[in-house]
Design a protein around this ligand. Structure first.
Ligand code: MG
Ligand code: MG
Length: 630
């Protein structure tokens, strides 16, 4: 697979872009004219820099408003093209992208446009150059790749070909099957972009909301299958206009781009092996059957505080690590560990973020295969020195720098708890509160980074994303989206904070970028759990009385149920499939959230309608605990 990316897709100056693109492993770049014009160096210098970075210039773009013009605009367009040909020869690239005319004076007419392209093909051929024609979704006369192809076909010139761009085809919902009939040697390059489904003007949508394949909602995979059917094996080039990416880290956006293309090619190779240029050579997306453990890094004083919170939640002290200062707490299938070591990853994480959840362990089919897939998709494997009696647990770095461990049911990993931990008797065990498993784990990040996280999880693991919802915090909007396995055995919620006045934004700022902010434990009977928790000394987050008056009216609940919810500060939600009950702990530390949930029936959400009331209650408590400006 030959991969390329347009310079317009990432932030930075030309030199920064080039080094990020080369470092991410791309083979080529599209030079977007503005990036080139802003650079203070000759076209020859630019060409040399690109080649010195080990990259090819896949094309020069955009050349606009060329075909179908009346005179004198027509002659001027040819003159402009000749000047750009000069630049291309100095740059050292042979392909020019011409996008369909949007000029109000363009006349239209398939044959008129074909004649123009034939003549331009003659001129390009004299210089050993080629021109590719792309239908913009908002082109004045040509806005469909089928019409662009008909123009290229009638132009009938070896130096004139078609450029396909998934955004333009998919935005207009044009049937991608029509691509299969195009001869592969007439497709000069394929540009790829995804986008969220938003009903808006094509031009605005394209210039601001494009994203990497797999990050949006367009059927880019179907588009790519149709391209693959032609036998096309040229460059796959990302052309992404996105407001967040323009402000993001060039390095991380370039890595996302490379990841998206590897993932796309992997899906084609797997789902349509006959169409792929080569078979899939990495393990398939990894199934996850749950969250095996969450690890907290703390100092000793804070560890004691956290342990007593776990105690009130019904977790008993169950094990002591064979060689390290690590304690295991357990209830149902939930394993929580607190690490107070003075060296190693947990300690360095503690130094940066303070007390925080620094790692999670996922239950997978094959831990080694998981790392192999993650590595192939550009994730960083994680290893640290193991002490006596310790297992090497396959692991990678998560997006925010946390560690994700993988536990499978093969020896010796299947016995990790028995091998690494000595059982301990809790001298003062709490009452078991009936918490069975981790329902979901919430991670918080800056909104700009959300798509990076999403692609990371969806490309490595057999998961899907749910639609994004807005959570209204009194301090601003937090965007929330979940990553789930089909059977919901693993649920992760991603919360993108737009500012630091929200509870999520405050957490990121105060924990210096810690990512895990939220742990929800599942019970089968939240009222029974609530009464045990009270006996353990647990105090639930206090909800407002108005909240209960509202849900009673909104859902038509009977007064007896509302009374029980009110008495235990339990929140309630309902969808077509089922009911959801939630009880919150007052926030811990800088806004860490423990929550208890019960799902009755196949309720698929996360209580989003309750979020703003819950956040207001949490902020009230935080404010009274300290004089925080929230
Ligand atoms: Mg394009
Ligand atoms: Mg939750």
């Amino acid at each position: 697979m030959k991969t390329s990316i347009a310079t317009v897709s990432i932030s930075g100056d030309f030199v920064e872009k080039l080094s990020a693109i080369a470092a991410a492993g791309f083979n080529g770049i599209e030079i977007f004219e503005n990036d080139f014009l802003a650079f203070d160096g000759s076209p020859r210098d630019v060409g040399r820099m690109v080649r010195d970075s080990g990259l090819t210039i896949t094309l020069f773009q955009p050349f606009r408003d060329f075909e179908g013009l009346p005179e004198p605009q027509r002659s001027r367009a040819f003159d402009r093209a000749e000047r750009k040909f000069d630049v291309m020869q100095e740059l050292g690239t042979d392909l020019m992208l011409i996008c369909s005319n949007v000029s109000p004076v363009a006349l239209g007419g398939i044959d008129r446009a074909a004649n123009d392209f034939h003549e331009l093909g003659e001129r390009a051929a004299k210089r050993g150059l080629r021109v590719g024609y792309e239908a913009l979704a908002w082109g004045k006369h040509i806005h469909d790749h089928r019409d662009a192809w008909e123009i290229v076909r009638r132009a009938d010139h070896p130096n004139v070909g078609l450029i396909l761009d998934s955004f333009h085809t998919l935005a207009r919902r044009i049937n991608v099957e029509s691509i299969r009939a195009i001869p592969r040697d007439k497709i000069f390059i394929v540009q790829l972009a995804d986008a969220p489904l938003i009903d808006m003007d094509y031009l605005y949508w394209s210039r601001h909301f494009r994203c990497m394949p797999g990050q949006g909602d367009l059927p880019v995979k179907d588009f790519m299958s149709a391209v693959a059917a032609t036998g096309y094996d040229g460059f796959l080039s990302l052309e992404i206009f996105n407001d967040q990416f323009r402000g993001g880290s060039p390095k991380s956006i370039a890595l996302d781009g490379r990841r998206s293309l590897i993932y796309l090619a992997d899906q084609i190779a797997r789902e349509a092996p006959a169409l792929a240029s080569k078979p899939a050579d990495i393990p398939d997306r990894i199934g996850v059957s749950g969250i095996e453990f969450v690890e907290f890094a703390a100092n000793e004083a804070e560890a004691a505080e956290l342990a007593s919170l776990f105690h009130t939640l019904g977790f008993r002290r169950a094990g002591r690590h064979v060689s390290k200062d690590v304690t295991l707490f357990r209830q149902g299938d939930i394993n929580l560990v607190i690490n107070t070591e003075r060296e190693g990853f947990a300690h360095s994480s503690y130094l940066v973020h303070g007390t925080s959840a620094c790692a999670m362990g996922l239950k997978v089919e094959d831990a080694k295969a998981t790392v192999a897939r993650a590595k192939a998709l550009g994730a960083e494997p994680f290893e640290q020195a193991v002490g006596p009696g310790e297992l090497t647990i396959p692991a990678i770095r998560g997006v925010g720098g946390g560690v994700i461990y993988f536990i499978d049911q093969k020896p010796p990993l299947a016995r990790v708890w028995d091998l690494e931990f000595v059982p301990v008797e809790d001298a003062d065990p709490p009452f078991d509160a009936g918490l069975k498993r981790i329902d979901h784990l919430g991670q918080t990040m800056n909104y700009e980074e959300m798509l990076t996280w999403l692609l990371f999880y969806v490309s490595i693991f057999r998961t899907h994303k749910t639609p994004m919802v807005d959570v209204i915090d009194p301090g601003g909007v937090v965007r929330s989206q979940a990553i789930e396995t089909d059977d919901a055995a693993m649920r992760l919620t991603l919360n993108g904070a737009e500012n630091h006045r929200t509870l999520a934004g405050h957490f990121i700022a105060e924990s210096f970028g810690a990512s895990v902010q939220h742990l929800a434990f599942a019970t089968n009977d939240i009222f029974a759990t609530a009464s045990v928790l009270r006996a353990n000394g647990f105090r639930a987050l206090k909800m407002s009385q108005n909240y209960y008056d509202d849900i009673e009216a909104r859902f038509g609940l009977d007064g007896e149920l509302t009374g029980r919810l009110r008495a235990e500060n339990i929140l309630y939600d309902r969808d077509q499939q089922g009911e959801y009950f939630q009880q919150y702990c007052p926030t811990y530390g800088e806004g860490f959230i423990f929550e208890i949930v019960e799902r009755r029936g196949p309720y698929r959400g996360y209580g989003a309608p309750n979020a703003s009331f819950r956040i207001a209650a949490q902020k009230r408590e935080l404010r009274s605990a300290s004089e925080l400006e929230l």
